[in-house]
Design a protein. Structure first.
Length: 373
Protein backbone atom coordinates (compact mmCIF):
# COMPACT_ATOMS: atom_id res chain seq x y z
CA UNK A 1 0.00 0.00 0.00
CA UNK A 2 1.06 3.58 -0.59
CA UNK A 3 -0.63 6.93 -0.12
CA UNK A 4 0.20 10.59 -0.71
CA UNK A 5 -0.89 13.48 1.47
CA UNK A 6 0.11 17.09 1.94
CA UNK A 7 -0.94 20.66 1.23
CA UNK A 8 -1.40 20.45 -2.53
CA UNK A 9 -4.64 20.05 -4.41
CA UNK A 10 -4.87 17.58 -7.27
CA UNK A 11 -4.48 20.28 -9.91
CA UNK A 12 -1.70 21.33 -12.25
CA UNK A 13 -0.95 24.19 -9.86
CA UNK A 14 -0.95 21.91 -6.84
CA UNK A 15 1.54 19.56 -8.41
CA UNK A 16 3.51 22.06 -10.43
CA UNK A 17 3.63 25.83 -9.96
CA UNK A 18 2.64 26.26 -6.30
CA UNK A 19 4.83 25.86 -3.22
CA UNK A 20 3.44 22.71 -1.61
CA UNK A 21 4.59 19.83 0.55
CA UNK A 22 3.84 16.19 -0.21
CA UNK A 23 4.50 13.06 1.83
CA UNK A 24 4.52 9.55 0.36
CA UNK A 25 3.54 7.07 3.08
CA UNK A 26 3.81 3.28 3.03
CA UNK A 27 3.03 2.48 6.68
CA UNK A 28 -0.16 0.39 6.72
CA UNK A 29 -1.35 1.65 10.11
CA UNK A 30 -1.30 5.26 8.91
CA UNK A 31 -2.87 4.41 5.57
CA UNK A 32 -5.75 2.64 7.33
CA UNK A 33 -6.54 5.82 9.29
CA UNK A 34 -6.86 7.74 6.03
CA UNK A 35 -8.96 4.96 4.50
CA UNK A 36 -11.36 5.15 7.45
CA UNK A 37 -11.71 8.91 6.94
CA UNK A 38 -12.23 8.41 3.20
CA UNK A 39 -15.01 5.89 3.86
CA UNK A 40 -16.75 8.32 6.22
CA UNK A 41 -16.72 11.04 3.58
CA UNK A 42 -17.63 8.65 0.77
CA UNK A 43 -20.63 7.49 2.79
CA UNK A 44 -21.81 11.05 3.35
CA UNK A 45 -20.49 11.98 6.81
CA UNK A 46 -19.01 15.46 6.47
CA UNK A 47 -17.91 18.01 9.10
CA UNK A 48 -17.50 15.32 11.72
CA UNK A 49 -17.51 11.61 12.33
CA UNK A 50 -15.69 9.18 14.56
CA UNK A 51 -12.69 10.64 16.38
CA UNK A 52 -9.44 9.08 15.25
CA UNK A 53 -7.56 6.81 17.68
CA UNK A 54 -4.01 8.15 18.12
CA UNK A 55 -1.09 7.84 18.12
CA UNK A 56 0.20 5.34 15.61
CA UNK A 57 3.68 3.85 16.00
CA UNK A 58 5.30 3.01 12.69
CA UNK A 59 7.35 -0.09 12.02
CA UNK A 60 10.57 1.85 12.68
CA UNK A 61 9.30 3.32 15.96
CA UNK A 62 8.16 6.78 14.83
CA UNK A 63 5.18 8.29 16.69
CA UNK A 64 2.50 9.66 14.35
CA UNK A 65 -0.85 11.38 15.00
CA UNK A 66 -3.38 11.44 12.15
CA UNK A 67 -5.83 14.30 12.65
CA UNK A 68 -8.93 15.14 10.64
CA UNK A 69 -11.16 18.15 11.00
CA UNK A 70 -13.52 18.70 12.41
CA UNK A 71 -13.75 15.54 14.53
CA UNK A 72 -10.10 15.71 15.70
CA UNK A 73 -9.75 19.53 15.71
CA UNK A 74 -6.10 19.67 14.57
CA UNK A 75 -5.48 23.17 16.00
CA UNK A 76 -7.77 22.90 19.04
CA UNK A 77 -6.51 23.81 22.51
CA UNK A 78 -5.60 20.70 24.48
CA UNK A 79 -4.94 18.56 21.42
CA UNK A 80 -1.53 17.10 20.59
CA UNK A 81 -0.33 19.89 18.24
CA UNK A 82 -1.34 22.59 20.74
CA UNK A 83 0.25 20.70 23.65
CA UNK A 84 3.50 20.12 21.77
CA UNK A 85 3.78 23.76 20.67
CA UNK A 86 3.15 25.02 24.20
CA UNK A 87 5.82 22.64 25.52
CA UNK A 88 8.41 23.78 22.96
CA UNK A 89 11.72 24.83 24.47
CA UNK A 90 13.68 25.94 21.42
CA UNK A 91 11.66 26.99 18.39
CA UNK A 92 8.44 26.98 16.38
CA UNK A 93 8.58 27.51 12.62
CA UNK A 94 5.59 27.38 10.30
CA UNK A 95 4.17 28.15 6.89
CA UNK A 96 0.45 28.60 6.23
CA UNK A 97 -1.66 29.78 3.34
CA UNK A 98 -3.81 32.11 5.44
CA UNK A 99 -4.83 33.25 8.88
CA UNK A 100 -8.31 34.49 9.77
CA UNK A 101 -8.39 37.99 8.32
CA UNK A 102 -10.21 39.45 11.35
CA UNK A 103 -8.11 37.57 13.88
CA UNK A 104 -8.18 39.16 17.32
CA UNK A 105 -6.03 36.65 19.13
CA UNK A 106 -8.49 33.78 19.48
CA UNK A 107 -7.19 31.42 16.79
CA UNK A 108 -5.92 28.25 18.40
CA UNK A 109 -2.65 28.06 16.46
CA UNK A 110 -1.84 31.63 17.45
CA UNK A 111 -2.82 30.99 21.06
CA UNK A 112 -0.39 28.10 21.30
CA UNK A 113 2.50 30.02 19.75
CA UNK A 114 1.81 33.19 21.73
CA UNK A 115 1.73 31.14 24.92
CA UNK A 116 5.26 29.98 24.18
CA UNK A 117 6.44 33.49 23.33
CA UNK A 118 4.97 34.79 26.58
CA UNK A 119 6.97 32.26 28.62
CA UNK A 120 9.85 34.17 30.16
CA UNK A 121 11.40 30.87 31.22
CA UNK A 122 12.41 30.12 27.62
CA UNK A 123 15.26 32.46 26.72
CA UNK A 124 16.79 32.34 23.27
CA UNK A 125 13.52 30.94 21.87
CA UNK A 126 12.76 31.56 18.22
CA UNK A 127 9.45 31.71 16.35
CA UNK A 128 9.22 32.42 12.63
CA UNK A 129 6.53 31.98 10.05
CA UNK A 130 5.77 32.53 6.38
CA UNK A 131 2.14 33.25 5.52
CA UNK A 132 0.24 34.09 2.35
CA UNK A 133 -2.06 36.50 4.15
CA UNK A 134 -2.66 37.52 7.74
CA UNK A 135 -4.92 39.97 9.51
CA UNK A 136 -3.37 43.20 10.77
CA UNK A 137 -4.29 42.42 14.39
CA UNK A 138 -2.70 38.97 14.26
CA UNK A 139 0.45 40.36 12.65
CA UNK A 140 0.72 43.08 15.29
CA UNK A 141 0.30 40.49 18.06
CA UNK A 142 3.07 38.35 16.61
CA UNK A 143 5.35 41.38 16.33
CA UNK A 144 4.63 42.53 19.87
CA UNK A 145 5.32 39.10 21.32
CA UNK A 146 8.61 38.54 19.50
CA UNK A 147 7.45 36.36 16.63
CA UNK A 148 8.90 37.07 13.21
CA UNK A 149 6.38 36.70 10.40
CA UNK A 150 6.98 37.19 6.70
CA UNK A 151 3.78 37.99 4.84
CA UNK A 152 3.69 37.12 1.16
CA UNK A 153 3.20 40.65 -0.12
CA UNK A 154 5.83 40.42 -2.85
CA UNK A 155 5.45 38.86 -6.29
CA UNK A 156 7.59 35.85 -5.43
CA UNK A 157 4.94 34.65 -2.97
CA UNK A 158 1.95 34.66 -5.32
CA UNK A 159 1.82 30.87 -5.41
CA UNK A 160 2.59 30.11 -1.77
CA UNK A 161 0.36 27.23 -0.60
CA UNK A 162 2.38 25.35 2.07
CA UNK A 163 0.81 24.38 5.40
CA UNK A 164 3.14 22.95 8.01
CA UNK A 165 4.62 23.51 11.46
CA UNK A 166 7.98 22.39 12.87
CA UNK A 167 8.35 22.27 16.66
CA UNK A 168 11.80 22.16 18.29
CA UNK A 169 13.11 20.70 15.00
CA UNK A 170 11.76 17.36 16.28
CA UNK A 171 8.06 17.38 15.37
CA UNK A 172 6.61 18.01 11.94
CA UNK A 173 2.93 18.69 11.27
CA UNK A 174 1.78 18.91 7.65
CA UNK A 175 -1.44 18.58 5.69
CA UNK A 176 -4.26 20.62 4.25
CA UNK A 177 -5.27 22.54 7.40
CA UNK A 178 -4.89 26.32 7.22
CA UNK A 179 -4.36 28.44 10.30
CA UNK A 180 -8.06 29.26 10.51
CA UNK A 181 -10.95 28.08 12.62
CA UNK A 182 -12.98 27.14 9.56
CA UNK A 183 -10.19 24.80 8.50
CA UNK A 184 -9.75 23.13 11.88
CA UNK A 185 -13.26 23.27 13.32
CA UNK A 186 -16.89 23.22 12.23
CA UNK A 187 -18.82 26.07 13.83
CA UNK A 188 -22.41 26.60 12.78
CA UNK A 189 -22.47 26.28 9.01
CA UNK A 190 -18.78 27.04 8.56
CA UNK A 191 -16.01 24.49 8.35
CA UNK A 192 -14.03 22.20 6.11
CA UNK A 193 -12.95 18.58 6.04
CA UNK A 194 -9.15 18.68 6.25
CA UNK A 195 -6.26 16.43 7.27
CA UNK A 196 -3.12 17.00 9.33
CA UNK A 197 -0.40 14.44 10.10
CA UNK A 198 1.84 15.18 13.10
CA UNK A 199 5.09 13.20 13.16
CA UNK A 200 7.85 12.92 15.76
CA UNK A 201 10.71 12.55 13.27
CA UNK A 202 13.71 14.88 13.40
CA UNK A 203 14.79 13.80 9.92
CA UNK A 204 11.53 14.98 8.36
CA UNK A 205 11.65 18.13 10.49
CA UNK A 206 15.14 18.79 9.09
CA UNK A 207 13.88 18.49 5.51
CA UNK A 208 11.08 20.99 6.18
CA UNK A 209 13.48 23.40 7.87
CA UNK A 210 15.45 23.44 4.60
CA UNK A 211 12.24 24.35 2.77
CA UNK A 212 11.31 27.07 5.26
CA UNK A 213 14.76 28.64 4.92
CA UNK A 214 14.38 28.78 1.14
CA UNK A 215 11.03 30.54 1.41
CA UNK A 216 12.09 32.84 4.23
CA UNK A 217 15.11 34.03 2.27
CA UNK A 218 13.27 34.98 -0.94
CA UNK A 219 13.91 38.65 -1.79
CA UNK A 220 15.98 39.16 1.34
CA UNK A 221 19.36 37.77 2.31
CA UNK A 222 18.43 38.58 5.91
CA UNK A 223 15.48 40.28 7.49
CA UNK A 224 12.10 40.94 5.93
CA UNK A 225 11.05 43.30 3.17
CA UNK A 226 7.36 42.82 3.85
CA UNK A 227 7.07 43.13 7.65
CA UNK A 228 8.91 46.35 8.35
CA UNK A 229 7.41 46.83 11.81
CA UNK A 230 10.17 44.72 13.36
CA UNK A 231 13.84 44.03 12.97
CA UNK A 232 14.21 40.33 12.36
CA UNK A 233 16.85 38.18 13.98
CA UNK A 234 17.05 35.27 11.56
CA UNK A 235 20.60 33.98 11.47
CA UNK A 236 21.93 32.64 8.17
CA UNK A 237 25.39 31.75 9.52
CA UNK A 238 26.11 28.10 10.25
CA UNK A 239 27.95 27.15 13.45
CA UNK A 240 31.58 26.07 13.21
CA UNK A 241 32.53 22.51 12.35
CA UNK A 242 33.21 20.19 15.31
CA UNK A 243 36.74 18.80 15.53
CA UNK A 244 38.70 15.75 16.67
CA UNK A 245 36.39 12.98 15.49
CA UNK A 246 37.12 9.65 17.17
CA UNK A 247 35.36 6.39 16.29
CA UNK A 248 35.89 3.13 18.16
CA UNK A 249 34.21 -0.18 17.35
CA UNK A 250 32.27 -1.26 20.42
CA UNK A 251 31.97 -5.00 20.06
CA UNK A 252 30.40 -6.51 16.98
CA UNK A 253 27.27 -4.31 16.82
CA UNK A 254 28.06 -0.62 17.37
CA UNK A 255 30.47 2.27 17.07
CA UNK A 256 31.32 4.67 19.89
CA UNK A 257 31.66 8.15 18.37
CA UNK A 258 33.07 11.27 20.01
CA UNK A 259 34.16 14.73 18.90
CA UNK A 260 35.15 18.13 20.26
CA UNK A 261 32.53 20.89 20.41
CA UNK A 262 32.99 24.06 18.33
CA UNK A 263 32.95 27.53 19.85
CA UNK A 264 29.54 28.53 21.22
CA UNK A 265 27.58 30.62 18.67
CA UNK A 266 24.84 31.34 21.30
CA UNK A 267 22.12 29.77 19.16
CA UNK A 268 23.58 26.27 19.03
CA UNK A 269 21.01 23.46 18.91
CA UNK A 270 22.36 19.98 18.22
CA UNK A 271 24.57 17.64 16.24
CA UNK A 272 23.51 15.37 13.42
CA UNK A 273 25.50 12.14 13.11
CA UNK A 274 25.73 10.52 9.69
CA UNK A 275 26.90 7.05 8.67
CA UNK A 276 27.19 5.53 5.22
CA UNK A 277 29.00 2.80 3.33
CA UNK A 278 30.16 5.35 0.74
CA UNK A 279 32.69 8.07 1.37
CA UNK A 280 30.25 10.79 0.28
CA UNK A 281 28.82 12.35 3.45
CA UNK A 282 29.95 15.88 2.56
CA UNK A 283 27.82 15.94 -0.60
CA UNK A 284 25.13 13.34 0.11
CA UNK A 285 23.86 15.21 3.18
CA UNK A 286 23.09 18.28 1.07
CA UNK A 287 19.70 18.78 -0.53
CA UNK A 288 19.56 18.72 -4.31
CA UNK A 289 17.76 21.29 -6.43
CA UNK A 290 15.95 18.68 -8.50
CA UNK A 291 14.61 16.58 -5.63
CA UNK A 292 14.80 19.01 -2.69
CA UNK A 293 15.60 16.10 -0.42
CA UNK A 294 19.02 14.92 0.66
CA UNK A 295 20.28 11.54 -0.46
CA UNK A 296 21.62 10.90 3.04
CA UNK A 297 19.76 11.79 6.22
CA UNK A 298 21.13 11.77 9.79
CA UNK A 299 21.19 8.43 11.53
CA UNK A 300 20.81 10.04 14.94
CA UNK A 301 21.06 13.41 16.68
CA UNK A 302 22.47 14.69 19.94
CA UNK A 303 21.20 17.91 21.50
CA UNK A 304 23.29 20.54 23.24
CA UNK A 305 26.76 21.77 22.33
CA UNK A 306 28.48 19.91 25.17
CA UNK A 307 26.92 16.54 24.36
CA UNK A 308 29.82 15.21 22.30
CA UNK A 309 29.38 11.44 22.26
CA UNK A 310 27.04 9.07 20.47
CA UNK A 311 26.62 5.36 19.92
CA UNK A 312 25.74 4.17 16.43
CA UNK A 313 24.03 0.78 16.16
CA UNK A 314 22.35 1.27 12.75
CA UNK A 315 22.81 2.82 9.32
CA UNK A 316 20.43 3.57 6.46
CA UNK A 317 17.90 4.90 9.02
CA UNK A 318 17.48 1.78 11.09
CA UNK A 319 19.25 -1.13 9.43
CA UNK A 320 21.55 -3.12 11.72
CA UNK A 321 25.25 -2.63 11.21
CA UNK A 322 26.91 -5.45 9.28
CA UNK A 323 30.17 -7.25 9.84
CA UNK A 324 33.07 -6.99 7.41
CA UNK A 325 31.68 -3.70 6.03
CA UNK A 326 33.44 -0.36 5.66
CA UNK A 327 31.54 2.57 7.20
CA UNK A 328 32.20 6.29 7.01
CA UNK A 329 30.96 8.50 9.84
CA UNK A 330 30.39 12.24 10.07
CA UNK A 331 29.24 14.85 12.59
CA UNK A 332 27.55 18.17 11.74
CA UNK A 333 26.85 21.17 13.99
CA UNK A 334 23.34 22.67 13.76
CA UNK A 335 21.94 25.94 15.09
CA UNK A 336 18.35 26.77 16.07
CA UNK A 337 17.56 28.11 12.61
CA UNK A 338 18.53 24.83 10.98
CA UNK A 339 21.86 26.09 9.58
CA UNK A 340 24.33 23.22 9.31
CA UNK A 341 28.11 23.25 9.37
CA UNK A 342 30.23 21.28 6.97
CA UNK A 343 30.64 17.67 7.99
CA UNK A 344 33.55 16.41 10.08
CA UNK A 345 34.10 12.96 8.55
CA UNK A 346 36.49 10.06 8.59
CA UNK A 347 36.69 6.36 7.77
CA UNK A 348 36.48 3.66 6.78
CA UNK A 349 35.68 1.94 10.04
CA UNK A 350 34.78 -1.72 10.53
CA UNK A 351 33.24 -3.46 13.49
CA UNK A 352 35.39 -5.54 15.79
CA UNK A 353 34.56 -9.11 16.71
CA UNK A 354 35.07 -12.59 15.35
CA UNK A 355 32.93 -11.91 12.28
CA UNK A 356 35.41 -9.31 11.06
CA UNK A 357 38.74 -10.67 12.22
CA UNK A 358 40.58 -13.65 10.67
CA UNK A 359 41.93 -16.33 12.98
CA UNK A 360 45.41 -15.81 14.38
CA UNK A 361 48.38 -17.10 12.41
CA UNK A 362 49.67 -20.51 13.57
CA UNK A 363 52.91 -20.53 15.56
CA UNK A 364 55.74 -22.96 16.42
CA UNK A 365 55.59 -24.97 13.22
CA UNK A 366 57.42 -28.35 13.62
CA UNK A 367 58.21 -31.18 11.24
CA UNK A 368 57.35 -34.78 12.11
CA UNK A 369 58.51 -37.98 10.45
CA UNK A 370 56.06 -40.69 9.58
CA UNK A 371 57.40 -42.89 12.37
CA UNK A 372 56.35 -40.21 14.89
CA UNK A 373 59.79 -38.88 15.68
Amino acid sequence: KKMVTGSGNYTSGGWGTQDNAWLSITDTNIINKYLAEFNELFNGTFHGGTATANPVTTANGITVHTLFSSEDGPWLVGKIVDITIRAATESVFFETTSHDSANTGTLDLDEAIWSVLDDAGKPNFFCEGVVNSIGATALTNYNNKGGYIRQSAVTAWSKHHSKYVVVDMDWLGVGSVNASKSSSEYVGATGSDENHIFINDFRLARAFMKELSRHYMIAATSGSVDNTSITEIHDWTAPAVPTALAVTPSGANSFAVSWTAPADPSDFSRYYIFITTNNNIATAKEETESFRASFLRPETQKKGRTTVTATLTTYNEGDALAAATNYYIGVVSVDKFGNESAALTDGPYTLSGAANNPPANPTSLQQYKSNGT
